[in-house]
Design a binder for this molecule. Sequence first.
Ligand SMILES: Cc1ncc(C[n+]2csc(CCOP(=O)(O)OP(=O)(O)O)c2C)c(N)n1
Ligand SMILES: [Mg+2]
Length: 598
Amino acid sequence: MGDRPHRGEVTTVGAVDAVAGVRTGNPATDFSIALLGAFVRNGVRDFVVSPGSRSQALALVAAELERSGSARLHVRIDERSAGFLALGLARETGAPAVVITTSGTATANVHPAVLEAHEAGVPLIVVTGDRPEELRGIRSNQTTRQDGMYGAAVRWSADVDAQASGSEGSDAAELGLAAVRSAVGAETADPGPVHLNVAFREPLSVAVPPLPAAMAGSLPARAGADALGRETIAIDGGRRTVVVAGADAGPRAEEFAREGGFPLLAEVSSGARFGPNLVASYRELLHDDTFGGAVERAIVFGHPTLSREVPALLSRPDVEVIVVAPAGAQAYNPGRRARVVGGVRVGDGIDVRSPEVRGWVGRWVFASRRLAERAEQQANPSAVAPDVAKARSFEPADALAFATAELAAIRAPITRALLAETIWRYTWPHDRLVLGASRLIRDADRIVPGKKIVVHANRGLAGIDGTIATATGIALASQAEAEQAGIPSGVTRVLLGDLAVLHDAGSLLLGAGERHPHLQVVVGNDGGGTIFDGLEVAGSASAETFDRVLYTPQSVDLASLARAYGWHHSIARTKGELDQALSAPPAGVSMLEVPLTR
Ligand SMILES: Cc1ncc(C[n+]2csc(CCOP(=O)(O)OP(=O)(O)O)c2C)c(N)n1
Ligand SMILES: [Mg+2]
């Protein structure tokens, strides 16, 4: 979520609009109109519905809100897909997306997305349909203990009787506002998921009358870090300092590093991997005594998860660690010895033009560029500038040598580093890049250069689940918002491994009438989970056993899988094919398969 600003100010429940006045006489439907109307008035734009009987009133009202132009509706039969889709929508917009499910196991399928939202601080509102108290605990059909089922992962949960608060509607509206305020952290500065478990009695709904356009209001503002008791401190000079930017650190990390003249060690999904102070090859340099060994202070933004070197640095007793956490009750704190603050500013004692400051940051940046050039040459030998003299020569031998070299470059096989580097190169600011949990995100983190683009990754829990659904949500939200703003919308690409694709294959299902975003799923197919080949035990365990329980080989025909769901599929085996496929992704949804060697 980074520093994404929240839209506008608090809208109060008192501002009753036309939707809030609609009554049908059916408690379930009236409650649903009041609740969902309140969501829209308080900044919610996206509803994700999974079908079911108990939640029918909510689902029908959500459809009516879309029809009246008040909100966007997305329908998914699998609640796990629905949950991650909502997570992606919320990640991209900063506004809570609402997931609506029926009772029973449906509710548990949202749990993975709830956990990721909890750990990553993404606002999400889950509304689950349930039976009323008198039907619970007596083995009624499809009835279980849903109330409070997400435990400590939610910021707030409520068990509500739709009938008790339905006829008036004002209680439901209060509830909607309270849920949004809690999800965005309006009082707590601790955004995350919220659960409303709603008991509906029969008759479960009536036809929803056409609703007037709802008063689409703005989102409550998130509280400042002082709500968490965290102050903003001044950082002074005199200590050799680096800035570390982990997942979702946001552009503030880059700005602060630049203002203070600090080297910026920014992970690929930090939202801060750009600018003059960027040290892309930070891992190698952290191993080096004259760089990593010389660090005396680290200022951390976001949630670093991609390297072993950063936690090692932060647990060194000779390194002072300051963690900047303007939001989130739980702060990153390796070794529990960090000073956690709400913000930092550059103190008066720092002169960024002084030779010491410029020398320190300059050495890091220079060394990083040297390493990056070398890595790039290894990843992509053909990136070495073509021999232009030969191209211009009239000697047939020169022309042939040039053509042969160029052809070899186009036909070069694809490595992980080349794949990561190429996808990065084709991503522009109006595009979105989503990185799955795989060897590939780590390779990308090792090599890609600075670029100001929007990158998302579910690093809250780094699950391989829900990656396609999350990327779909990001694509739908970014493209809808661009369209609304009248600016060209780009493409969303997701780079992930084969097991992650198979884990979330169900999210390839876009039902009839559902929006197809411009989304390219890029699969690095190495036949299983090769990330585990990096484990120490890979060298000592029996190869057969290791493969069976960790690598978990698969040979699914991804082309058939994609086509079964109506997705375009293509394969890139060489650098030339990869360039072609990434530079012009087909309209709508497509899968690009890139075979990789183990
Ligand atoms: C839901 C979930 N289950 C299990 C894991 C453990 N895990 C991490 S990476 C991985 C395998 C990834 O394989 P693949 O997607 O093919 O990527 P590769 O590393 O091969 O590039 C697994 C099972 C996880 N992160 N999330
Ligand atoms: Mg794999």
